[in-house]
Design a binder for this molecule. Sequence first.
Ligand SMILES: NC(=O)c1ccc[n+]([C@@H]2O[C@H](COP(=O)([O-])OP(=O)(O)OC[C@H]3O[C@@H](n4cnc5c(N)ncnc54)[C@H](OP(=O)(O)O)[C@@H]3O)[C@@H](O)[C@H]2O)c1
Length: 264
Amino acid sequence: MNLQKKVVWITGASSGIGEALAYEFNKKGTLLILSARRIDELERVKNGCIDHEESVKILPLDLEDSDAIPGKVQEAVELFGSVDMLINNGGISQRAYAADATMGTIRKVMEVNFFGTVGLTKAVLPHMIEQKSGHIVVVSSVMGKFGTQYRSAYAASKHALHGWFDSLRQEVYGHQILVTLVCPGYVKTNVTINALTADGQKFDKMGEGQKKAMSPEIFARKLLPKLAKQKEEVYIGGMEVAAVYLKRWFPGLLNKLLRRMKVT
Ligand SMILES: NC(=O)c1ccc[n+]([C@@H]2O[C@H](COP(=O)([O-])OP(=O)(O)OC[C@H]3O[C@@H](n4cnc5c(N)ncnc54)[C@H](OP(=O)(O)O)[C@@H]3O)[C@@H](O)[C@H]2O)c1
């Protein structure tokens, strides 16, 4: 797939994986729409792109604001005349035991990660169906394939994405629309710093897994060729990716191992 002059819309582009993806796509001559809530951070990322004058636009949005989403899609399409690839990357994590997390916290994680992603995708779909092409990418997690302590709502939100987007993939195949679910392992970003505690406060600490994980830049470099190959599901990470295969073939063994692990 030639990424030059294709229009790629990235959510969660104000930091971490989304930011690194923006720089990587920009090097390929892609036209970019960058979205997240923080406008100043989006401006910083835009200015960090080598070629940003004409080829990078910012479009602030809040994935929790479902009423505003259709208008944002309209604006996005008008920026460059189309959207060829939507990368649903914006999301939040959780660091709290299931028994302690309030329903408000659980709902917020689902609202951003699941309903926000689904709402945005549904609003973009008519445009992609009309143009008879499109690529919808979802940044899930290895937590979309199995669950560990401390991340119940997060794992639930990511599992839900797999169910919804696996179904969507069958429905839109005839419209030449592709769906790729991306499952990162640990990537060194602010994801745990921004994660919600039981009562919805910021966790505010870098997770142990993240501290020694691959950089978002390496992650982005690994992901682009896989998107170009139009993979349906992608796993990128360290040893934790092996757990996806253990879950598939030896689920009992994985459960035993996870129970014994110190999860932070
Ligand atoms: N890092 C990892 O180890 C890891 C592993 C597996 C999966 N992931 C997934 O990767 C994706 C990106 O996370 P990251 O690691 O890059 O963490 P991050 O640095 O915390 O980035 C999260 C991004 O999501 C945006 N966001 C959060 N809430 C939002 C909302 N309500 N509306 C719009 N945007 C929102 C944030 O921007 P604003 O605050 O400006 O809105 C930010 O740009 C997430 O879906 C995460 O679940 C990460």
